[in-house]
Design a protein around this ligand. Sequence first.
Ligand SMILES: *Cc1c(COP(=O)(O)O)cnc(C)c1O
Length: 368
Amino acid sequence: MIPPAKPIMEKEEKEAVLKVLESGMIAAGPKVKELEEKFAQLCGTKHAVAVSSGTSALHTAMYAAGIKQGDEVITTPFTFVATANSIVMQNARPVFADIREDFFTIDANDVLERITPKTKAILPVDLYGQPYDVKAIREIAEDHNLKIIEDAAQSVNASFEGKKTGALGDIAAFSLYATKNITSGEGGVLTTDNDEYAELARRFRHHGQSEKTRYEYYDIGYNYRMTDIQAAIAIEQIRKVDEFTRARQKNAAMLDRKIDQIKGLKKPATMKGATHVYHQYTIRVTEEFPKTRDELLSFMRERGIGCAVYYPKPLHLHPFFLKMGYKEGDFPVSERASREVLSIPVHPAVTEEDMEIILKALEESQNE
Ligand SMILES: *Cc1c(COP(=O)(O)O)cnc(C)c1O
C-alpha cells in the first residue's frame, strides 16, 4: 500500500533523540529553545513558541490574540475540526463563511457577509498547503479592525509573494503531527511578530507563569509544553523541509500533467503569487468523470494507492455544529467540495515506481 502519509525518520532524527535521552534533560529545555529559533527563522517571524500540538497552538493563539467569551471568529467549515474547536475553547463563537470554488480556502466575499459588531478575528486555513487569499482577507481585516489568526497546520514552508506562511497574519499556528509536512510525532508551533502575543503564549502554555517570574500566576494557563525529545526531531525535520517540499511539488507536477488529460477530473489550482507545498494533492471528481468520487477512491485503493477524502463532511453538518444552528445548504461550495474531493499521495516517501503505479491507475480509471 502506498500510504496517504508517511513520516520520514532517518539517522539524524534517531541520533538527535538519543542525545537528548542521554543528556537527562527530556522535558522542555535547550532543544525547545533551538527549535523556536530555527522555526522563527524559517517563517521570517520575530517569535516562535513551541507547544504540544497544532490544536494547542491554535488555542494558545486564540488566547494570545485576546479572543474571549462573547466574541465571534470567522472561519471555514471545510477544514479539520481543531480549527473551529479552538474558537470554542475560548468560549467564543465560530462563524463559518464558505470557501472559494477554485482554491478551497475561505472566500473573502462571504467573510464580509458574516461580519457583526461581535466579530474579533478571521481564522483562515492554508488548506492542503496553499496560503489563504492573503490580499483580500488582509484588506477586510484592516477595514474592520479584525485580527488574522492563520491556521498554518498544513502549510509549513509555503509562501505568498515571498513571505512565508506563519508570517501572513497577526499570529499563526503550525502542527507537527505525524502526517504533516514536517513532524515530531505530536507537536505544534505558534509564530508572531508581536512581542505581547509571544509573551502571553509563553505563559499560557506553562500554567499562566511568565518565564521571568516563576510561581507567579497571571491568568489561566495549561500544560501545553513541548519536550526536548520532540524538539530534537523537529529541528532535524526543519533541516530537510526544502528537500521534502521539492519532492511534494515534483510529484504534484507529474500528477498535474496526467489529470489535465483526463476528462472530468480537475487538478488543484494555485493562486497567483502563492507557492503550494501540497500537504495534500487534492483533485475534484466532477460529474463528467465516468466514476463517482467514491468509486474512484475504491478503484485506487484496490490498486494499493492510499487515496483519501479530506474532508468527507464540512464541519457545519456535524452534530456539534448543527447544535449551534447551522444546517444543510448553508455553505454550498463547501458541501459540494466534500462530495467531489479526492487526495492522491505525493509525500516524499512516494517513490518514482509508486508514481508510475499511480499515473497508470489514473489512466486506467477512465475505462474500467
Ligand atoms: C492537523 C491540523 C490541526 C491540528 O493539529 P494537531 O497537531 O493534530 O493538533 C489543525 N488544523 C488543521 C487544518 C490541521 O490540518
